[in-house]
Design a protein around this ligand. Structure first.
Ligand code: FES
Ligand SMILES: [Fe+2]
Length: 388
């Protein structure tokens, strides 16, 4: 983040604190969100079909694929995806489907391809660039060649150490990923994240709609209450400042320690030490920028009431000593204790919505980004938010 922007954010926090003291920190306008958005199977079906098919999704960390030939599978959307680091070091994504009669090619969740990917049915083989290399008894397949029958490639780009894949093969080559991530770059530019090494991968299934997990990240109103025994005491109560973004929400959650900057020269103000900065990459990823590392949470809907949450830390360098591992483990635990509290709230919301005991949510001034996110999903489902 540019220094001027950091200073602007910090100034906004201090102005916010003054307004908070005078009880003028909000316009008080409330809205309602219909609870059916979180229980409708028809809505979830179109979310899967559009949001989780036509948009760049974070499928993992680039540094997880260390050597050429390393791969992992991603089966959290309707599309079976394999992500492979080619012998040329380029990371690509393909449909994990044989071009002969459609057998799933790779079954192990992650691994290493020595030379070629060989289909277990009739041994058609493909290299790490997806190119058809061999057909068993080729005389039976005159019209088949690498041009027509290589693996189906998906749009796949590495940015910020993350692998973005668009599951819809028809969009290959048509996505301007840098245009799409402009708002994200405005936050991340100028920060040194180091090697962005993944650490402490976790995966969990949660009994709630995926959007409730995103909503929980978009406001700091709950910090003092829901996180009272974990991170709450370290943050300024109900004090967050956000960018007026159109696609990806970015919010600064200032720590109490930020107050130390009051009275010191603005030129010395740096935000990362004194705040957590959250970026929600539309639709389903949350990146939390902490002082010395990043946390990444990706929420994939299994059905309208169940979500698979796949997360990892991104560290500036591979930890080398036990002391370093202890440091990151401690950080991870702090994060996970807080995230579990958020997740619990989402599960409790879902219980009420499932029982049709709550028909709508009330959204106040402090929670406007939730409305913005919900509006954006509506726009995308209506075809009004397209990348091509
Ligand atoms: S289905 Fe793959 S080789 Fe036949
Ligand atoms: Fe929270």
């Amino acid at each position: 983040m540019k220094i001027e922007k950091q200073i602007e954010f910090i100034e906004a926090v201090f102005a916010g604190l003054e307004k908070q003291e005078m009880k003028q920190d909000a316009d008080g306008i409330t809205h309602q969100i219909n609870a059916k958005r979180y229980t409708s199977s028809a809505r979830l079906a179109s979310e899967k079909n559009i949001l989780f098919k036509n948009f760049p999704l974070v499928v993992g960390a680039a540094a997880a694929l260390k050597k050429p030939g390393d791969y992992f599978l991603h089966d959290f959307t309707e599309t079976p995806i394999m992500v492979v680091k080619g012998k040329d070091e380029v990371i690509r994504a393909f449909l994990n489907i044989c071009r002969h009669r459609g057998v799933r090619l790779l079954e192990e969740q992650q691994g290493h391809i020595r030379r070629n990917i060989v289909c277990p049915y009739h041994a058609w083989s493909y290299d790490t660039k997806g190119c058809l290399k061999g057909i068993f008894h080729p005389q039976g397949f005159h019209e088949v060649d690498a041009d027509s029958h290589s693996l189906i490639e998906l749009e796949c780009q590495v940015r910020l150490g993350l692998i973005f894949v668009v599951p819809n093969p028809e969009l290959k080559g048509k996505i301007d990923i840098d245009g799409w991530l402009q708002e994200v770059y405005q936050v991340t530019e100028g920060f040194d994240f180091g090697a962005l090494v993944p650490y402490d991968d976790r995966m969990g299934q949660l009994n709630c709609n995926w959007k409730l997990l995103i909503d929980g990240g978009l406001e700091g109103y709950h910090f003092k209450i829901a996180h009272a025994s974990t991170i709450g005491p370290y943050f300024l109560d109900n004090m967050s400042v956000n960018e007026a973004n159109k696609l990806h929400s970015s919010i600064v959650f200032p720590k109490k320690a930020m107050k130390k900057l009051m009275g010191s020269p603005r030129s010395e103000w740096r935000i990362r030490k004194y705040a957590n900065i959250l970026i929600q990459i539309f639709p389903n990823t949350i990146v939390l920028i902490e002082p010395d590392h990043l946390m990444v949470v990706n929420n994939f809907p299994l059905d309208e009431k169940t979500t698979l949450s796949a997360s990892f830390m991104l560290l500036p360098a591979e930890p080398q000593t036990q002391e370093e591992r202890d440091h990151w483990d401690l950080n991870a635990n702090i994060f996970w204790n807080a995230i579990n509290e958020d997740n619990e709230m989402a599960v409790l919301q879902q219980k009420s919505f499932n029982a049709h005991s709550a028909t709508y949510m009330t959204i106040g001034s402090y929670e406007k980004l939730i409305l913005q996110f919900e509006d954006l999903t509506d726009a995308a489902l209506a075809g009004n938010l397209q990348l091509v």
